[in-house]
Design a protein around this ligand. Structure first.
Ligand code: NAX
Length: 343
């Protein structure tokens, strides 16, 4: 039997929490032979609801589930964890602009980054789902300067899955036939879903579809606006698909991508593809045993470069907007990452 893994989930009483917890408890991230302990965090006001989720998980009799912690204290929730899925945050309310959301959620990720640094395993992998996830991840990473930057990532796998399924449906093939789409940039409607390197049943997607107008227009727009379309249809934001994609993200990170395949993931830029060093940006990555590397050497045409640059510019603006939220020491550490200067 593999050694037990402790997995923290924040916002555990929320919609995504409800969909993701049973899948983690069933062993979908580390594999069915690895026992898990779930360490669930939510706000004090959500403790009754979280207790109900706990009862349901107990009632499932998952053989891999060896224990559960349910708490409103980040230090208890993150104690000794190997993996932390940071899902909980304040949703965007009516009339809220993106910078309002950044300012409301920033302090959550300062506190959680600091708590992770203090009590989590030194090898902890941190995956941010709560929006705006790129910049929340940058805040958490910058608030935990003693943890390696490479241990932090945020989720664009939902956008990646959306892009792949749109290509599959347009081509009339099964979902599994589409590989290597890429989401570049921000998890927002400036993201650039890129089909140029994707393959459908082993052939270049552009050649198989032979429909440049659809790819440059409807495809990009559908993927960028899919979250809003789900809200319009369901009256609630994506939860089942977000949970499923978070499972994909964490499983691929921990168990590895297949030979010749990549996933999209928000990771800290090393300067690749002209993305400022230190920015949390979505790239194509290959993964192995909890580590990722950015796929290098892919080419952009002018159209793609312009789309990607728009998203990079938005990320730079977001980072500037949240910098005042970081405690002084964290700002200095973050600037060291950006400039490569030592403190
Ligand atoms: P819900 O509102 O259903 O649940 C959020 C939960 O987080 C609530 O139970 C709330 O009490 C809790 N929470 C709030 N502040 C907290 C804190 N400081 N510590 C611990 N828990 C806290 O939202 P849900 O639909 O589950 O979505 C969660 C987050 O995922 C949102 O920020 C949402 O925008 C984001 N999403 C990210 C996606 C992505 O692709 N990266 C896609 C889906 C989703 O929209």
């Amino acid at each position: 039997m593999a050694s037990v893994k402790r997995i923290a989930v924040t916002g555990a009483a929320g919609q995504i929490g409800y969909s993701i917890l049973p899948r983690i408890a069933a062993g979908e991230i580390f594999g069915p032979k690895t026992p898990v302990i779930l360490q669930c965090l939510d706000l004090p006001v959500a403790m009754d609801a979280l207790h109900g989720v706990r009862m349901e998980l107990e009632d499932c009799n998952f053989p891999q589930l060896k224990g559960m912690v349910c708490t409103d204290d980040p230090k208890l929730a993150f104690e000794g964890v190997d993996l932390a899925l940071l899902v909980g945050s304040t949703p965007r309310g009516p009339g809220m602009q993106r910078n309002d959301l950044l300012r409301v959620n920033g302090p959550i990720f300062v506190e959680q980054g600091q708590a992770l640094q203090e009590v989590a395993s030194k090898k902890v992998r941190v995956v941010v789902v709560g929006n705006p996830c790129n910049t929340n991840c940058w805040i958490a990473m910058s608030s935990a300067p003693k943890l390696p930057k490479k241990n932090f990532s945020a989720m664009t796998r939902l956008d990646h899955n959306r892009a792949a399924s749109q290509l599959a449906m347009h081509a009339g093939v099964e979902y599994s036939q589409v590989k290597n789409v890429i989401i570049w940039g921000n998890h927002s409607n400036t993201q650039f879903p890129d089909w140029n390197h994707a393959v459908i049943a082993g052939k270049k997607a552009g050649k198989v579809l032979n429909d440049e107008q659809w790819l440059r227009g409807t495809f990009i727009q559908t993927v960028q606006e899919r979250g809003a379309a789900v809200i319009k249809a369901r009256g609630k934001s994506s939860a089942l698909s977000a949970a499923s994609s978070a499972i994909d993200h964490a499983r691929l990170l921990m168990q590895g991508t297949r030979e010749g395949e990549w996933t999209s993931m928000v990771v800290v830029s090393d300067g690749s593809y002209g993305v400022p060093k230190g920015l949390m940006c979505s790239f194509p990555v290959e993964c192995e045993e909890g580590n990722w590397r950015i796929v290098k050497g892919l080419k952009f045409d002018d159209f793609s470069r312009e789309k990607f640059q728009k998203s990079i510019d938005e990320l730079v603006w977001e980072r500037e907007t949240v910098k005042p939220l970081l405690p002084g020491a964290a700002v200095a550490a973050a600037e060291t990452v950006e400039t490569g200067r030592s403190a």
